[in-house]
Ligand binder design. Sequence first.
Ligand code: GLU
Length: 442
Amino acid sequence: MEKTNVVTRFAPSPTGNLHSGAYRTAIFSYLYARKHGGTFVLRIEDTDKERSKKEYEDNILESLQWLGLEYDVFVRQSENVARHQAVLEQLIADGHAYISKEAAKDGSGIIKEIIRFKNPNVDISFHDEIKGTVTMNTTDLGDFVIAKNITEPLFHLAVVVDDFDAGVTHVVRGEDHVSNTPRQILIQRAIGAPTPIYAHLPLVLGLDKQKLSKRKGALAVTEYRDLGYLPEALLNMVAMVGWNPGTEQELFSKEELITAFELSKVQKSPAIFNAEKLNWFNREYIKKLSSEMFWQHALSFVPNEYHNNDMLKKLEQLLRDRIEKFSDISELFAVGEFDYFFNNPTIDEKMLVWKTLKDDPEGLQKTKIYLKHAGELLESLTDWNYENVKNTLTPYAEQEGKGNVLWPLRVALSGKEKSPDPFELAGILGKEITLARIYGMV
Ligand code: GLU
């Protein structure tokens, strides 16, 4: 694609691990830049020294990498402080800002030299790709503060200077920044910076329509990763929080998202982050995995003792059908769900008897006859698989009553009342183990 001058940025403050909904801003900025052959800038806004932490910055980098959102330029705001200071001095020299000696708010009597912007008190209009034209009068803002002192510029100044220096053409960010925009435009005008195009994204809310938080189900990206969600699933899901291309299509690869994405199609009303929907996406992406990739993700959730057991790989389809995320595998193993695939179950033979035979004094004896006959039918089967086991036993089960034949078969093979259907059990266990377990009970 032809290179254009489109430059977007994601400018998180590393003051906590962001929840996944917050990465929507990164995703939209990224998609827009890629769609237009532009540049995507990651700017870590770490000027708040007390609240910014390296570990949170690391988490942001890790999350973006995992989601596949590669950036072209990396900037750490704290490293631009000299430049911010130079701009501040220029603003003062030009009469756009001034030093104001004011008593500290803490009542200590200390006089501070804060820097205020000389507000021209005008109407500011700007174009917003989502909201249309926004006009605000700035008079009420007064001469707002742009730096704590000459060496400590504040947020508005830093954002404007850094966007200007990076040549940012499109500012995609949360709606909570709309009210900051007029101040930032006044600063842009004072330093001779062009005003970018804005796209203020409506809030992301939880299913309860309340402010989204980690407690409300939106975990950090790395938490979803550690639970065994696939990056393609989370990317796809978050990209569709408040945006859709206006078609029925829900599954989009990153490349398809780049092609389909339009800022103008971002919805104006608050968007809902539905963590349940992520499970649906994840299952869809798990279905697409090759066997090799499936096990690459799955193996770390399987207890070590089973890693080299031949039976494990045979459970692939069963696992694919059962899980929403890979960590579900740990839980299935932890509750002993698959023990009977690896070890012969201990079975109380009374359990073999189907409910309608329970009151029959000869119920157990009859059950054993059904089970033995099922074994005999299976003995002649050479091509052993789910379908063939099913086709071999179904006519007999229909003749004698499905429960009478299939119930004891399930119990003999699994030792459980609830399990995958007995054909599937037999298919996975193989001929030898299946017959041994059947004959072991009769
Ligand atoms: N650092 C700001 C935040 O995390 C974003 C600033 C911006 O996008 O202009 O909310």
